[in-house]
Write a protein that binds this ligand. Structure first.
Ligand code: HEC
Ligand code: HEC
Length: 473
């Protein structure tokens, strides 16, 4: 009796704190976000909705057994591990086939080329997880005593499992013999708390520094890619080097389209999107290939080359997807299947990652409040970007014409449409530009585009206010 009573007190307190925070939230809307951290982790958006920031899986574990909460916690824990560390057996591709580990080793260690130093690795946007580093290495890093030009240091980092999204496979003699990649390679970054590129993981944040093309191009043997696409090695290398930081052409392996309408490789390669704030969002990807779990299965099987099962009859259409149809991507069955059993937890984890609130002082609170009014009124943004999802609840797809852009990328997807981008956490991916290919360098450019295309007749002041509002989401 007594223990039951005692255990219910913190819960009650929590509930009270939360409801006070919620009230607070709707009271002072625009100022809400900026002072969010002062209110016990419940943040407010300019639109008045609340978001829990600091609640962790542990907080959710209530003393009274709730099978649903327990299951959710278990899925989040498993999903996080999968997202951060699972290669799904893809080292058979990135190591054994592409032989990227040989490029990391360099000739000095029986591989090829100069080898990959930490400086080179950080230079192509790879990130180092400071939580995985031994205390001794952290001390040396702080004293500037770690040799960032030495391949040996890279190997030490890989052994500590500290390179975000990369797993090194070592033999008994501690020689790097293969390597694999994870979701976190592209969809996590770090907070730079120790040094640029070195810090604590930020899952779901798009790594817009990552030059995926340059990393793949380090491979001494691209024959798997050249034979899939039916083009010469030199051509593949030129295309890979043309993507640039933050870009990846996932559809290349379906339709073989390496170059965009203007002949550039970068514009055919989408920007890595954030993988947070997706709960409630119907279709995933810029062109709405399917749900989050659809795309998780797609990527793990077809892009990462993990070993699993993937079925999508739409990819058997040789007129739209010649490469996928020829390669049999419409029906992939690997034995053993290292992916399917991980999809439930991966999906729950993905959907559980909140869009992070913008830091205090990163936007003008008063202008953002005016911007909200314009966003919902004369700028007509809310007709598609519906708060608090900032995409349509329901069918969230539009033709290129509706948003005033070409159909090159939408034509590469089964729906032949663009998905209304959920705008939460926009402040985390200001690098690389906006829209699927980064065609608009700044948010001001996005506003000018809509103003022209939709003949909105916005004043410069209104456009500026909407930009501040976008930065507050
Ligand atoms: C090589 C980099 C890379 C890796 C690895 C990667 N992704 Fe992605 N991801 C992308 C890119 C690029 C897109 C955008 C694709 C598009 O829309 O055409 C994307 C899109 C997504 C989306 C859609 C986001 C939205 O806004 O709808 C989700 C969800 C996602 N990825 C999850 C994952 C998961 C889970 C994994 C691991 C199984 C993974 N990704 C591995 C680069 C990557
Ligand atoms: C007809 C529906 C529609 C309307 C109206 C609309 N948008 Fe969009 N918005 C979209 C779609 C679809 C995309 C995705 C485009 C792409 O990925 O290429 C998008 C993308 C964006 C992006 C880029 C997000 C990113 O991650 O790069 C921003 C910012 C944006 N919209 C802001 C606005 C603002 C501000 C308005 C009002 C002036 C507005 N939108 C009006 C449908 C719409």
């Amino acid at each position: 009796m007594t223990s039951k009573l005692r255990s219910s007190i913190p819960l009650l307190t929590l509930a009270l704190v939360a409801s006070v925070a919620l009230l607070h939230c709707s009271d002072d809307t625009p100022a809400g976000r900026a002072s969010a951290s002062e209110r016990g982790g419940v943040s407010c958006d300019v639109d008045g909705s609340a978001r829990a920031e600091t609640s962790t899986a542990a907080d959710a574990a209530a003393p009274v057994a709730d099978p649903i909460a327990q299951y959710a916690t278990q899925l989040i824990d498993e999903g996080r591990k999968t997202f951060r560390h699972d290669t799904f057996g893809d080292e058979a591709f990135w190591g054994d086939t592409l032989k990227l580990h040989r490029a990391i080793n360099g000739t000095a260690k029986g591989g090829v080329g100069a080898g990959v130093s930490p400086k080179t690795a950080l230079g192509v946007g790879l990130k180092v997880d400071s939580d995985a580093l031994p205390a001794s290495v952290i001390d040396l890093l702080k004293q500037g005593k770690v040799d960032l030009d030495s391949v040996e240091t890279t190997l030490t980092l890989l052994q500590a499992n500290a390179v975000v999204g990369l797993t090194g496979v070592f033999d008994a003699k501690k020689t790097l013999v293969s390597m694999g990649i994870q979701c976190s390679l592209c969809h996590s970054t770090v907070d730079d708390s120790l040094a640029p590129g070195i810090g604590r993981r930020l899952d779901g944040w798009a790594n817009r520094d990552l030059d995926i093309g340059k990393i793949i191009e380090l491979s001494p043997d691209l024959s798997a890619v050249t034979s899939l696409l039916g083009v010469a090695d030199a051509t593949v290398r030129t295309v890979l080097k043309g993507w640039g930081p933050g870009h990846f052409n996932a559809q290349l392996f379906l339709d073989g389209k390496a170059l965009g309408p203007d002949g550039g490789a970068a514009e055919a390669a989408a920007l890595i999107p954030p993988a947070f704030g997706l709960a409630g969002v119907n279709l995933a990807t810029y062109t709405g290939f399917g749900s989050t779990t659809y795309w998780n299965a797609f990527v793990a099987n077809l892009e990462m080359h993990g070993k699993g099962t993937f079925v999508d009859a739409r990819l058997a259409d040789a007129s739209q997807f010649p490469v996928a149809a020829a390669a049999g991507f419409a029906n992939v069955r690997s034995v053993p299947d290292l992916i399917t059993s991980k999809l439930p937890a991966l999906q729950v984890y993905q959907l559980a990652i909140p869009a992070p609130a913008p830091p205090m002082g990163s936007f003008d609170v008063t202008a953002a409040a005016r911007g909200k009014t314009a966003f919902e009124g004369p700028a007509r943004c809310a007709s598609c970007h519906v708060a608090p999802l900032f995409t349509e609840p329901g069918w969230n797809m539009h033709s290129g014409m509706e948003i005033g852009i070409d159909t090159f990328q939408s034509d590469r997807s089964p729906e032949k449409r663009y998905r209304t981008a959920p705008l939460r956490g926009l402040w985390t991916h200001q690098k690389g530009g906006f829209y699927h290919d980064g065609r608009f360098a700044t948010l001001a450019d996005v506003l000018n585009h809509y103003d022209r295309t939709l003949s909105l007749g916005l004043t410069d002041a209104q456009k500026k206010d909407v930009v501040e509002y976008l930065k507050s989401l």
